[in-house]
Design a protein around this ligand. Structure first.
Ligand SMILES: [Zn+2]
Length: 391
């Protein structure tokens, strides 16, 4: 099966993930079922068993906000030693496209279309490899772009009884054919401040919560610097910048005050804090540092999300066979940690060794005129086939 032809077909499905119930849900929702049926048809030609699961309504309502059906496709051959994982959802097309984002086109070595690189390209290479291998499993999931709860999390938590998770997992996200052995963790929290709302012409009657928040920010920043500025990761990072090896922080991605007019003294104010952790530091530990810093600065700490980083052992057989394969194919052997999260962590909690390796460059993901190098699609397929045969 040719990964390029397969990818072109995949891009035509508008499997756009939406976080909320906007108007577009009506347009995109049926595409998930259509894509699942398409994949089933392809996989039935070479698998021993193919199943399409609809994510349970209760689970979906509890864990995933937007209200449309999600489908997970799993295919098995023999007694699987490894599972290929790929997400088939994509981000909304946005603007700035030269041509229709869902009608793929080729220019030289580049195949364009929404999802070409993130990551229907990887899924096409993996599907193509799956059909040439024995003792292997493939899963195609939705929802990776919106957190993964109704995608890989559901696969790991609910579908493991029917399809046990093998020891080794390859996720075909774009890695420029490098081996991503893990990713950073994160803590997301609000620093919340309270004052007293009043008319702006009589500010002495109020207490400005926004000013409190603004004054607290440098104090929190200083505390975090004291705690983390000397903490370096031992790993190499996909983003070569030296700061990638550290714990980084972003303030104010969202800022909220209780008012929306010039002439009010805000009685409440809060800003978001996004802390990115090296895998050597656990979320639990970082959370306490952040909580203390916010409270010391007079704020209330309200956590939105916390997740540990994940790194697979470099002695794991999956890492070894991939290194060997890249050498054989005379491709550069690079092992790096990603700054952003992937679905690897879900497999980590299940005790599997999960690595990311796939065609294309992460930098063009989510952009208009997203593309994947055509030679990467064939190389990725060959890497998968050769590596899995060595397991
Ligand atoms: Zn992706």
């Amino acid at each position: 099966m040719d990964p390029v032809e397969l990818l072109k077909e995949m891009i035509k499905f508008k499997t756009v993930s939406l976080k909320e119930n906007t108007e577009e849900v009506k347009e995109y929702a049926p595409e998930f079922k259509r894509f699942a049926e398409f994949m089933k048809g392809i996989l039935e030609k070479c698998a021993d068993e193919v199943k399409v699961y609809k994510v349970d309504d209760e689970y979906r309502k509890e864990r995933c906000r937007a209200d449309y059906d999600r489908y997970i496709i799993i295919a098995r051959k023999g007694d699987p030693k490894l599972e290929f994982n790929g997400h088939y959802d994509v981000v909304p097309p946005g603007t700035g496209w030269k041509r229709d984002p869902f009608d793929p086109w080729i220019e030289g070595n580049k195949l364009y279309g929404r999802g070409a690189v993130d990551m229907k390209g990887g899924l096409a290479s993996m599907t193509s490899a799956f059909c040439e291998l024995d003792d292997v499993q493939l899963v195609a999931v939705p929802d990776e772009e919106i957190g993964g709860a109704c995608g890989t999390e559901y696969r790991v938590n609910v579908l493991s009884k029917d399809f046990p998770i093998p020891k080794y997992v390859i996720i075909g996200e774009p890695s420029n054919l490098e081996i991503d052995i893990g990713h950073k963790g994160a803590v997301w929290a609000w620093a919340r401040f309270r004052g007293k709302q009043a008319h702006a012409s009589a500010p002495w009657l109020g207490e400005n919560a926004f000013v409190k928040a603004a004054k607290a920010l440098p104090l929190i920043e200083e505390e975090l610097k004291n705690a983390f500025s000397m903490v370096y990761s031992k790993y190499e990072y996909a983003m070569g910048h030296p700061l990638a090896k550290t714990i980084t922080v972003n303030f104010g991605g969202i800022v909220r005050v209780g008012t929306s007019n010039f002439n009010s003294v805000p009685g409440e104010a809060e800003f978001s804090i996004d802390l990115r952790l090296i895998p050597e530091v656990e979320a639990e530990q970082a959370r306490e540092v952040l909580r203390r810093a916010v409270e010391k600065a007079g704020g209330e700490y309200v956590e939105a999300m916390a997740m540990d980083g994940y790194v697979v052992s470099e002695d794991s057989k999956i890492v070894k066979v991939l290194e060997e394969t890249l050498k054989e194919m005379e491709l550069p052997v690079k092992k790096v940690v990603l700054s952003g999260g992937t679905d690897q962590r879900f497999y980590g909690t299940a005790g599997s060794d999960a690595v990311v390796i796939g065609p294309g460059h992460l930098e063009v993901a989510h952009t208009p005129n997203e593309w994947v190098p055509i030679d990467h699609l064939y190389k990725a397929k060959e890497i998968y086939v050769r590596a899995v045969k060595k397991l």
